[in-house]
Write a protein that binds this ligand. Structure first.
Ligand code: ADP
Ligand code: MG
Length: 431
């Protein structure tokens, strides 16, 4: 089946009620409908789900969607059921189902009612399911959060490594769609290689966030006071402050409270009830500031977060991008401020020392990039985008000003760097 543009718009309106595709969605949908292996790289919030949901609803048969988290799958299934009156249109197949439920899911697939079947990678390894799915009409296989396949990603899951093997058993010619929000060239390469889709049509959206201001400040023993001052200068605005340890989260939240700032802690050591209460308080604007470990963030969609502060530098540029990405979702200002001391890098290195050597090597390389980011005197935005394999021309783009290094070029511009620059210029003019 091949569809024209007009048809896709009609289908988009029919199933989702949207009158326009976002970014590259239309091209992606067309690629999938035309049975191409497809690779989608879009920042969080870019609208990746629709890229496979719409083709799944249009096409005959069932699309299998591999997703790493049961909670994410449930959300998606609920959302899909919300837009479609048919109950069977989306199903989850996982270990939480009883026998009767599994039977129902299978019947709906056989009858062609189920358009989307969400599975966790470990469920897909179950012999019984593979045998069953082999006999069904499968429209395509979508791998969401595909970076989980790569050790270079921020969320490596070994179960993802078996996917190619299983997919082959379900069917040799089923189109594969991989989607991710993490776009380092290394991760990209890993995904294509591991899924065995080297020729996939690739769609990559820009990762530039023009409304975010990037800043790094040296971390001294007065860092808490620096943070208090910053938050007071941004009185009444919503913000997130990330710390490495639960203990520091508790301490800093308390320090802020003592200083009259409306702040609460959030970390995985709090019980589930407190966590969800604190999350709601932040979302409902009963508090201004959440002090948190990285446990806070997955699925948080507060549009008007005005600042993200890192009390401790994160372990990779990618994590930093994800965490700061929670600022300014509404397109309004978002200040991303990281406090940096080399001592913290050493601490992170030490944390890794118990891990397998291969993991340590990856971790070390990622950390070196963080050091380079923190210590660079070039545009931070340019640095981040370069990390994601993207060019950014600060000469011509307005958002270049949204960057401490561009706004206040370092006075003590190290002679060494100037020299390197000069050598480069000489080389360029010679060519
Ligand atoms: P991602 O998986 O890339 O992080 P999602 O698929 O969760 O992003 O989509 C983010 C938000 O964008 C959702 O609220 C979704 O409903 C919305 N969205 C997606 N496509 C469109 C569109 N074409 N028009 C308007 N809103 C859209
Ligand atoms: Mg998503």
């Amino acid at each position: 089946m091949s569809l024209t543009e007009i048809d896709l718009h009609k289908q988009l309106k029919k199933y989702f009620g949207f009158s326009q595709f976002k970014g590259l969605q239309e091209d992606v949908v067309a690629s999938i409908v035309n049975k191409h292996d497809t690779f989608v790289i879009m920042p969080t919030g870019g609208g990746k789900s629709l890229c496979y949901q719409l083709p799944a609803l249009i096409e005959e048969g069932t699309a299998i969607v591999v997703s790493p988290l049961i909670a994410l799958m449930k959300n998606q299934v609920d959302a899909i059921r919300g837009i479609s009156s048919e109950y069977g249109v989306a199903h989850v197949l996982n270990s939480s189902l009883n026998k009767t439920e599994v039977k129902q899911v299978k019947e709906d697939i056989i009858n062609g009612v189920t358009k989307l079947l969400y599975v966790a990678p470990e469920s897909l390894t179950k012999e019984d399911y593979v045998e069953f799915l082999k006999e069904q009409k499968i429209s395509f296989l979508a791998i969401d959060e595909a970076h989980c396949i790569s050790e270079w990603g921020h969320d490596f899951r070994p179960e993802y490594r078996n996917l190619r093997h299983i997919i082959k058993r379900i069917g040799e010619n089923i189109p594969i769609i991989a989607l991710t929000a993490t776009a380092t060239p290394k991760v990209q390469e890993d995904i294509l290689k591991n899924l065995g889709i080297p020729k996939a049509k690739t769609f990559k959206a820009s990762f530039n966030r023009p409304n975010l201001y990037y800043e790094v400040r040296p971390k001294t023993k007065n860092v808490d006071a620096d943070i208090i001052r910053f938050v007071k200068q941004n009185n009444g605005k919503s913000g997130i402050i990330y710390c490495l340890s639960r203990k520091k989260v508790e301490e800093l939240a308390q320090t802020l409270q003592v200083n009259g700032i409306n702040a609460i802690p959030y970390h995985a050591g709090l019980d589930a009830k407190t966590r969800s209460k604190h999350q709601d308080m932040f979302l409902m604007e009963e508090v201004d500031v959440v002090v948190a470990t990285i446990a806070f963030g997955m699925g948080i969609d507060k549009p008007d977060v005005r600042f993200v502060i890192h009390h401790d530098i994160p372990k990779s540029i990618e994590s930093y991008y994800q965490e700061t990405g929670r600022a300014g979702r509404d397109g309004g200002e978002g200040h991303c401020l990281a406090f940096y001391a080399y001592k913290d890098i050493e601490k992170l290195e030490k944390f890794m020392s118990g891990k397998p050597v291969a993991e340590q090597e990856v971790g070390h390389a990622l950390l070196q990039e963080v050091v380079a980011y923190a210590e660079t005197s070039i545009s931070r935005r340019k640095f981040i985008l370069h990390y994601f394999g993207e060019e950014f021309d600060e000469e011509t783009m307005d958002e270049a000003k949204m960057d401490d290094n561009v706004r206040n070029p370092k006075k003590q511009h190290e002679a060494k760097e100037d020299l390197e620059l000069l050598i480069q210029v000489v080389k360029d003019t010679k060519q």
